[in-house]
Design a protein around this ligand. Structure first.
Ligand code: NAD
Length: 491
């Protein structure tokens, strides 16, 4: 069963207990296309009642799903990967229309999510626990991994397809059932598509449920998800401010929450780095997906001897990139997600300029497109000097010593990803070890990520780890002991 096709703009339904349904009162909201500003889709505007039914369905589906054998579970994930691959071209277009993602990033996401599904297909065969030594003679002790139950997934809009799947795949592969609440900015690509693919693959009804809500109406949905006793854990990807608020809510109910949050990712170019490659890497890392990836480079720190030459080439390259209609495959970058995002990015640039920064490339917007922008002389008082501005804006700064580079790189509350460029790999590895960052890439961009890596940040960037480490987040470790002899007791 799939979401029924309708006329343009398509009217979508949401997935609850294996049924494609509208909101109870039939209300929908308009999902706008970032580039054209036209209505892309009509989406159910749900609230507490629909969310509760989704939780109930996931709760009912849990025992049978948790008990399903490894071979059957594996086959479903492999089938879902095949469906995603088959639908790649259509989904790339949907991402352009709904989220403004241009083809290079959308194709990457399809490939990434396909890999994630295929790798998760192996999870059911991973060791389900460990044998633990016991000091008591004749006692055999086992630490067994068990699924938690219902997990609520909350996904962002920016890497919609990849992160929508990341929100559900590890929890499902560990034997949990899921209620997915996608971003209101990408309810199709970060939510309903997951529902379509998972149900077409044949996952049993209720194993994955997807509930959508209108902008500004997350409250009743979130209240059900955070007050329900049946929801055992949360998988959240989004901004650090939302993550902090949701961690407090989860903490009040003593529940765990996986947090993948914002970033302010430094790239350090040491004096012995290959200049052209460093420039190529910085251009990609700063401007891919128009700077709307948590791992985009926000600050490039360049050793003083290379600074002027780096800047000249980097600025020329940045100025040559033109954002445009993301559904035209010739455009490598597209618009920002909405007008608020454009206003926030432009305000960040203007504040910095007001405090003495200079714009060497870009600095202007047209419609929802913002030109790739290079700033220098940004003083520490400008918020953009250490806070995430989610757009194609990067700061370039010189440094005179490696310690200064490390101090500047660490002068942010975030700690997601960093990169160090150098001809001396071990020097770069040693310096990278001093960076407060969940991920350090030597001679590569801050951006990247493959499904199997321990993706995740430190500090305000969160604490979740994906790849097979996600199994720790989405299972309980249960101790089971067997006494092979009659035990002697002191009473
Ligand atoms: P956001 O925090 O605004 O929204 C994320 C999700 O949280 C959405 O589904 C939204 O509806 C939901 N949400 C918002 N308020 C809520 C509330 N009160 N209760 C329950 N849910 C609520 O973030 P965004 O704008 O969608 O995404 C961009 C941010 O996400 C950036 O900061 C980016 O760096 C970060 N991000 C991090 C990673 C990572 O893996 N570390 C990946 C992608 C994006």
């Amino acid at each position: 069963m799939t979401n029924p096709p309708t006329s343009t703009p398509r009217t979508f339904r949401q997935l609850i207990a294996g049924e494609w349904v509208g909101a109870d009162d039939g209300r929908t909201f308009d999902d706008f296309s970032p580039f054209s500003g036209e209505v892309f889709a009509r989406i159910p505007a749900s609230g507490a009642a629909e969310t509760q039914r989704a939780i109930d369905a996931a709760h009912r589906a849990f025992p049978a799903w948790a008990a399903l054998g490894a071979r059957a579970r594996q086959a479903l994930f492999l089938k879902a990967a095949d469906i995603l691959e088959r639908r790649a071209d259509e989904i790339v277009l949907l991402m352009a229309q709904e989220t403004g993602s241009a083809a290079p990033f959308s194709r990457f996401q399809v490939q990434w999510a396909t890999g994630l599904l295929r790798q998760a297909a192996g999870y059911p065969y991973l060791p389900g626990g460990e044998i633990v030594s016991s000091d008591t003679p004749g006692v055999f002790a086992m630490a067994l991994r068990k699924p938690l139950g219902v997990i609520a997934g909350i996904s962002p809009w920016n890497g919609s397809l990849a992160l929508g799947f990341r929100t559900i795949v590890a929890p499902l592969a560990c034997g949990n059932t899921v209620v997915l609440k996608p971003s209101e900015e990408a309810p199709v690509c970060a939510g309903l598509l997951m529902g379509e693919i998972i149900s077409e693959a044949g996952f049993p009804p209720g194993v994955l449920n997807v509930v959508t809500h209108a902008p500004g109406q997350v409250g009743p949905v979130a209240d059900r998800l955070f007050e329900s006793r049946e929801v055992r854990a949360y998988n959240f990807t989004g901004s650090s401010s939302t993550g902090a608020a949701l961690a407090a809510r989860a903490g009040q109910k003593l529940k765990r929450i996986a947090l993948e949050l914002g970033g302010y990712n430094p790239m350090i170019v040491l004096a012995d780095a290959e200049l052209d490659y460093a420039v190529d890497t910085a251009v990609f890392a700063a401007f891919f997906h128009q700077g709307q990836i948590c791992m985009n480079t926000r600050k490039v720190l360049v050793a003083r001897p290379l600074y002027e030459a780096f800047l000249e080439r980097f600025v020329a390259r940045a100025a040559a990139i033109r954002p445009g209609d993301p559904s035209d495959p010739r455009n490598r970058i597209g618009p920002l997600i909405n007008e608020r995002a454009v206003a926030a990015v432009m305000a960040g640039i203007e504040q910095a300029v007001g405090k003495g920064a200079r714009v060497l490339a870009g600095g202007r917007s047209q419609g929802r497109c913002v030109e790739p922008t290079v700033l220098v002389d940004v003083p520490p008082e400008a918020p953009i000097s250490c806070e995430e501005v989610f757009g194609p804006v990067v700061i370039v700064e010189p440094f005179d010593s490696e310690q200064e580079a490390v101090d500047k790189a660490n002068a942010t509350a975030y700690g997601l990803s960093a990169s160090v460029m150098s001809a001396d790999v071990w020097k770069a590895v040693t310096l990278g070890g001093q960076l407060q960052s969940g991920m350090v890439n030597v001679n590569g961009p801050t951006m990247g990520g493959e499904p199997q890596i321990p993706f995740g940040g430190v500090k305000d960037s969160g604490w979740a780890r994906f790849g097979r480490w996600a199994i720790d987040m989405f299972t309980d470790l249960n101790l089971v002991t067997v006494s092979q002899n009659k035990r002697q007791y002191p009473l």
